[in-house]
Design a binder for this molecule. Sequence first.
Ligand SMILES: Nc1ncnc2c1ncn2[C@@H]1O[C@H](COP(=O)(O)OP(=O)(O)OP(=O)(O)O)[C@@H](O)[C@H]1O
Ligand code: SF4
Ligand SMILES: [Mg+2]
Length: 354
Amino acid sequence: MNTEPIGESSRAAHGPEGGGNHARGRGDLAATPLLRVEGLTKHFPILRGILRRQVGAVKAVDGVDFHIQEGETLGLVGESGCGKSTAGRVILRLGEATAGRIWYRGEDITLLKGKPLRSLRRRMQMVFQDPQESLNPRMTVGSIVGEPLLEHGVAKGRALAERVGALLESVGLAPNYANRYPHEFSGGQRQRIGMARALALRPEFIICDEPIAALDVSIQAQVVNLLEDLRERLNLTYLFISHDLAMVRHIADRVAVMYLGKIVELAPVRDLYGNPRHPYTQALLSAAPGHDPRVEARRERILLQGDVPSPAAPPPGCRFNTRCPKAQALCSEQEPAWREVRGGHSVACHFAEG
Ligand SMILES: Nc1ncnc2c1ncn2[C@@H]1O[C@H](COP(=O)(O)OP(=O)(O)OP(=O)(O)O)[C@@H](O)[C@H]1O
Ligand code: SF4
Ligand SMILES: [Mg+2]
């Protein structure tokens, strides 16, 4: 496990509270979370005219709070464009937050710069949706996987080649694939190459952004099994972004549901799937094909009206009010508070009890 501190101030965070190597952190609220975000916001300015004046903003992520314990997998689900990838990128500091705070092992990393940021980057990685796009076609697999090791001065020469071979093996690929090029591999194998690269610097935390969405259904389960296996073997913590509610149910410990830049419900898997409180979660689940024929027989589809509104002009009050089958007058006047309805189960709806 990587024990290098992020920066000077992180030494304290690695004390008895933050540095524990405890087993999967399901519901372990006593420990300092590996990651915590509060009020996380990312607005993209909309610029117009020759002077490029700002005339508005795409509120891609608009005040999001959650934490992830070490060893835990938090699923993040929601329709296309609701801000999942943007949230992931801001957490990894691949884009600046417009507002809000990000803590990693108790250290505020929101504005981290220079060497401490570089050091942090070794601990946090991202696995992308499309292995085709994230792998440079002109580089050999060996240089792709080895690049982070070279860049960070971790290994070179023979040691580098050996480490690359071991990384390829750890994701189920033959070490001699290092001499080949990405186009020689299938989608599933390319995703494995991307994972080997993400693992090169021995990260602790990985954001999997739709890691299986571009793959054939027949190999999706293999890649998910590999992700689970790596999590156990390397004590990884995941933020698992996906459209696939059945897959998220399988891999996650807790799930956050996002709609138009906000998290509307967050709960342990069993509560979220067994007793969803937010009408949006209920609609998503009703539309997701399950694997249990008895449940399928009872399933009633809730069809949502209309399209997702633009994140540049979200509706007033509850953002879901233009499509919500349970909306009442209050919903377009007042934004529902984010509140805990049961241990670890939070929701933002005026009528979550109804
Ligand atoms: N660089 C950018 N500049 C302007 N707008 C952006 C930028 N990146 C994302 N957006 C907008 O922010 C919103 C959220 O996008 P994001 O990619 O985070 O959604 P997503 O939930 O990951 O969607 P998908 O499921 O399709 O991947 C969208 O309206 C998108 O158009
Ligand atoms: S607050 Fe109102 S509009 Fe929003 S989800 Fe609840 S019932 Fe629907
Ligand atoms: Mg995305």
